[in-house]
Write a protein that binds this ligand. Structure first.
Ligand SMILES: [Zn+2]
Length: 180
């Protein structure tokens, strides 16, 4: 694999590009979402504009095998994203608060783009992600469904002194879930 570390000071003016191929081992165990496998190509380029200004661009295409929120089985998530970022060497502080301009200390010789590549790919995963309707593992769904039905009937027994005990918001949520 091509190095993720770029020697900023020694970089010639103009454009350098490289392809990073990301597989499952690129992603750590403590990602926000479980990654079973990955097959993503990143067309990465870094362009030096001046003594202290650089432009990065990454085109990421491929697939991640992640955990479905509904049935907890493996599902395929398609990655198709381009991210551009300006890097400026200035002062003594690292500042990544701006989405489009990263400021790194002028003393830095090297820029490690590995975390930038990783975050760019991971941010394509929606907070809620699941198989298309009807494509979840039905055995798993049955098991999970039985579990929540049991809970619902227990609650009904506890609250059988009046219909008002059921929070209307909860009821609406249950209906929404069924329709999904
Ligand atoms: Zn599923």
């Amino acid at each position: 694999m091509a190095s993720f570390k770029w020697n900023l000071k020694a970089l010639p003016f103009g454009n350098q590009s490289v392809i990073y191929h990301l597989d499952g081992s690129f992603f750590r165990e403590n990602e926000p979402t479980r990654i079973f496998a990955a097959n993503v190509d990143v067309d990465f380029s870094i362009s030096r504009k001046s003594e202290q200004d650089y432009e990065l661009a990454m085109d990421c295409h491929g697939t991640l095998n992640i955990e479905c929120d509904r049935c907890l089985e493996e599902m395929v998530h398609v990655v198709d994203v381009r991210y551009e970022l300006s890097v400026r060497q200035e002062g003594s502080d690292y500042d990544d608060s701006n989405e489009h301009v990263l400021v790194v200390p002028s003393s830095w010789r090297e820029l490690d783009v590995e975390p930038l590549v990783r975050d760019t790919v991971l941010l394509t995963i929606p907070i809620m992600h699941h198989h298309d309707d009807g494509e979840c593992n039905s055995e798993m769904m049955d098991a999970l469904g039985r579990h929540s039905v049991t809970h619902a009937s227990e609650n009904e027994e506890d609250n059988n002194d009046g219909e008002a005990a059921i929070d209307p918001r909860w009821e609406a949520l249950q209906k929404l879930k069924k329709n999904n």
